[in-house]
Design a protein around this ligand. Sequence first.
Ligand code: ATP
Ligand code: MG
Length: 581
Amino acid sequence: MSNIGSYEERLKGFDWDMAKEILGWEEGELLNIGHICSDRVCARGQADKAALIWEGFGGKKRTYTFDDLRVYSNGFAKFLLDRGLKPGDRICIFMDKIPSLYFSFLGVLKMGGIAQPLFSAFGDESLEVRLESAGTAAILTTRKHVKKVRKILEKLPELKHVIVVAGDESKLKGEEVFFNVEAAPRVEEFDAYEATPETPSVLHYTSGTTGQPKGAQHVHNSIWGQVLTTSWVLDLREDDIYWCTADPGWVTGTSYGIIGPWSLGVTQCVLDSGFTCVRWYEFIQDNRITVWYSAPTAIRSLMRDGVEPVKAHDLSSLRHLASVGEPLNAEAVIWSEDVYGLPFLDTFWQTETGAMMISNYPDMPIKPGSMGKPFPGIEAAVLDLKTHEPIQEPGRVGLIAFRPGWPAMFRAYRNKPDIYRSKFAGAPEDATPDELRTNPDLWYVSGDRASIDADGYYWFVGRDDDVINTGGHLVGPFEIESALVEHEAIAEAAAIGKPDEVNMEVVKVFVSLKPGFEPSGDLELSIMNFIRKKLSPLAMPQEIEYMEKLPKTRSGKILRRYLRALEWGEDVGDLTTLEDD
Ligand code: ATP
Ligand code: MG
């Protein structure tokens, strides 16, 4: 039986303290995420268990135990304090997925700092925007990436420490300091910072899919949400070998790529090399991975490469798959069940929510294309677009919203109190962030739309900004895109509204084709008819544009706002998050 067992039973008498029971946590124990993910696991007899199985480019491979995690995170914590950094300082972690990323993340938390992980492929401009916004005091990076920091250092007066943690020590400049934790003396003892539940922990910037990225501030109390969802949704157990493909520059890579699995003492694998389908399958095969948490964009790429590479590998160790980041097309769920013998379970959440909010569960029947049901303990609804009252009729589309107050909820948008307030429907003008977060009469409005069916399953429609208004009818892009990827020629698709004099908007789609297919008049007709028959004449694209690759954010999300702006002749806005390789 799965950890969650019966979803229905879990709804009854739910209490977030069940997370504490899972960890055997007693009141009065030290609440510090860095400590719980390393020291505490060792103290419970798992010091010699593998925590991190790491592979880099060229097949480089290392394994680290929980004791290594403990000692190396101590090393970072002590080093940072010795440099004069203090609890509450924002400390940016800007590196590839090398082991020191993981050690330093825990180390920053252990010394009471606020970890600000940023995706290493960001260029200097993307980096500057986020360091400026955070008032970052120190950046931990590598020789490979320090060049980008050098370019912007003068413009960031608050950034006092540039610490290079890997690469060639001899080529540093100015005030840069070198610190290789594995070569430094071992720090066996370190008293982790006595955090309270409300002590800030991680500052995560959103993906920037809809506009300027926002800095969502999280706190140490988030761990209870992460522990319980990791246990009940990802179903992690003692003997699992777990792989979360997300980069810790995004919230999935920390909530479920560090905090969830390691607080539970689970072994996890990290692959720090580029994506190819064969490389991924080899990684699963070689490490006997059992639980795999990934994203629709990767799954669609695997689908594009077809079933042959699957057959060429032994993937029999897999027992549970889940997905997050974008809507998961029904086609992808059915395909994975066909080829891996396991469906990907969709999970819906955001940087702001810190943990899964709506999800499919191991023992609950799946409806492919649905996001599933609210996590026990989360009160969710879809709200009427105008009145903000919860919609009662099944199938009617509204705004996905949650009652505030769950443990992993963000506590602020850095420097943007008004935007934070605007996320709460019915918020009084003068409410403080704490009042907003704890007011049980408010709704936190996610910015996404969905409907709920008669069985209580949620169906994603699109982001508020992406919904297409054609002839007075609202059409969700997800439905069109999901239908498009069922067409034999199409690998990926994005649907947007294009200005139209008669209908206000009409549907325009951008598609990339599977290997072996070429654009042609016949194909165009076939795609249009396919959608007309499957959905409706309203949803039928009036225009199809072929693209080699769709524009995406660095975290792999299709950037519809970019396509839309080009179509409407508008300013494309902040593009610091656009993937450009
Ligand atoms: P920004 O807020 O800067 O525009 P973003 O919303 O893409 O960027 P994230 O917090 O990384 O930043 O992503 C959360 C969003 O991703 C959700 O609000 C939703 O639009 C989308 N999303 C995540 N998981 C799912 C899912 N399972 N189904 C549908 N959409 C999802
Ligand atoms: Mg968002």
